[in-house]
Structure formats: C-alpha cells, structure tokens
Design a protein around this ligand. Structure first.
Ligand SMILES: C[S@@+](CC[C@H](N)C(=O)[O-])C[C@H]1O[C@@H](n2cnc3c(N)ncnc32)[C@H](O)[C@@H]1O
Length: 293
C-alpha cells in the first residue's frame, strides 16, 4: 500500500504500486498517473522527470486515499472533478454523467456539411455537464444554444462550464422536462438521453451503476422512454431544413431509425457510427421549405 510505504516511496515506485492496486480497473496505469498528478500538482512531464524523487509524506497519504477511492469503483473524473470532451475541459460531479468519448461522433455528424458561420439555434436536450452544447457552440461561433435538463444541479454545472469556456453569452440553460414547454425554431437538436433498460441495471460496471446519476442512465423497461418523449415534441420544434441527432445505446440504432422515420417521414435519415464502427446514433435532416412540394 502506498500509505504504508509513504516514508520511503519514490514517485515511480508509488505509481507502480498504485497501478498494481488498480489492476481490476480498465486502465490501471493511466488512472494511477492521473491521481498521482492530482496528489503532487505535477504534470505528465513532471511525474516522469521526478520519478526517482521521494514522495513527500502528505502527498503520499493523499495519493493513497485517492487510489483507495478509485479501487472502490469511484470514477477518475469524479475524483479529479474534470473530464475532457471535444478538447474542452468540463467540470463534473456526481450530479452529471461523465462525458463519453463515443459521444464525439454526434458532434462530427452535426457539423458535417454545415456552414460554420451560420447563426443556428441549437438545442441540447438532457444537457448534463453541457458538453454537447458547448462543443457545438465552439464549432459554430455565431450560433446560440439552449441546454435543458430535469436536474437543477446539472443545469448549474452546465452553466458554470459554459462560463468557464467563454460561451455563456451565447448559451442559456433551463430546468425542464425535455422539450415540453419550449417554443420551436431550432435548426439543430442534439440529445444523448438516458437509454439503458431498467432490467440491465445489475449488469452495469460498478463505476457506472453506483456512481453516475440514475436519471442519466435509465429509460424505462425498454430503454426507449426518453426517445419517445423527445420525438413527441421534435416535429413542433425542429425548423425546416434542421437536423436532429440522437445518441443510441448498444443494439438500439435500428429501432431508433424506425421511430425517427415515423416522426419525420420526409427526412433524410442516417445511422452514425462511432470510432470503432459501431452504430452510436441517428441523424435526421428535415426538408427545407424549398425542397417541399
Ligand atoms: C445520458 S445523460 C447525457 C448528459 C450529457 N448530454 C452528455 O452527453 O454527457 C442524460 C441527461 O438527461 C437528463 N434527463 C433525464 N430525464 C430528463 C427529462 N425528463 N428532461 C430533461 N432532461 C432529462 C439527465 O438528468 C441527464 O443529465
């Protein structure tokens, strides 16, 4: 244990010991290094350069405590309080889902073949940390965004993130039940809603099931409740020529395409694949006024 050896540990040894303690997590060495940086205040280069230096006792104690939390299942991002998404840094807490790298394919799908300088109105339903909305506002510097979440705590975090990223003047955040009370006119709607069937709860990894907010994960028996609620209002609020992008869970893209096709029979609808080539979302582009007969 790092805490027992704290008097004699070098940074390099502490790192290796911590990685050994974290062998049950997916990325032991990476997680150990992130926690060592937090405990020492060093960056990656500093950890390498000072690998043979003795770890001061107070830092060794702090490091041991952090490693213990990670070994118990607490996600690294909740321990450090930050997570990078779309090369932007987001503050996170257990009030919000930790942004997933996989969700970046939604951003790519939205920005493909769009005019970067157009003044779009963007809506992010279930905004959580605000990661999707902030990434899109970064990409579309003349656009305005609305983020909605049913959790006031999540909205406070999203708002703070938009401020830290200098996006607050173009972003508003509202507590609400999906799009029920919103007026229309959105050119882009994005949502990564909860989509895990209630019955799958027991099979989830501990760091998800025991730490991330249930309202961000589960969507009824089928996992499709949130999609249904969002699509019920989508035709009213999506502008002609607009795009709606929905993240899909494993094995859900096919049924989601059917639901979106039923909602927007005239739209061009495509499945979005993530970096590993797995279907990860659905995008629908509504016909513009000019394209309608
Ligand atoms: C899967 S998380 C996505 C968070 C963030 N957009 C992301 O991609 O990291 C789903 C979010 O939907 C929110 N949510 C759940 N039910 C909702 C509802 N009825 N209305 C609005 N938001 C809701 C949750 O609070 C949660 O923040």
């Amino acid at each position: 244990m790092a805490s027992e050896l704290s008097g004699a540990l070098t940074l390099g040894l502490a790192l290796r010991e911590a990685a050994a303690q974290l062998k049950a997590v997916q990325t032991p060495l990476l997680d150990a290094r992130i926690l060592l940086k937090l405990a020492t205040g060093l960056d990656d280069a500093g950890v390498i350069a000072r690998s043979d230096d003795k770890l001061p006792t107070d830092q060794a104690k702090m490091f041991a405590g952090l490693v213990k939390r990670r070994a118990a299942g607490e996600p690294v991002a909740y321990i450090t309080g930050v997570k990078e998404f779309w090369s932007l840094e987001f503050h996170v807490s257990p009030d919000v889902l930790i942004p997933r790298d996989d969700s970046e394919c939604l951003i790519e799908a939205v920005i493909a073949r769009r005019d970067k300088h157009a003044p779009y109105k963007i809506l992010d339903l279930g905004t959580g940390s605000g990661c999707l909305l902030c990434a899109l506002l970064e990409e579309f510097p003349n656009s305005l965004g609305t983020g909605v979440d049913c959790s006031a705590a999540a909205i406070a975090i999203a708002r703070a993130n938009s401020r830290k990223l200098g996006l607050a003047p173009r972003a508003r955040f509202l507590v609400g039940d999906w799009a029920k009370t919103l007026e229309g006119g959105f050119d882009i709607i994005i949502a990564n809603p909860p989509y895990i069937p209630e019955g799958d709860r027991a099979g989830l990894p501990v760091d998800v099931a025991d730490y991330e907010p249930a309202r961000a994960l589960f969507a009824g028996e089928s996992g499709f409740n949130a999609y249904q609620a969002i699509l019920a209002d989508a035709p009213r609020i999506l502008s002609p020529g607009g795009r709606i992008v929905l993240e899909a869970g494993d094995g859900q893209a096919g049924r989601l395409v059917e639901m979106v096709t039923k909602t927007f029979p005239d739209a061009e609808i495509l499945t979005i694949n993530d970096l590993k080539g797995r279907p990860r979302g659905v995008i629908a582009e509504r016909k513009s006024f000019a394209e309608k007969d």
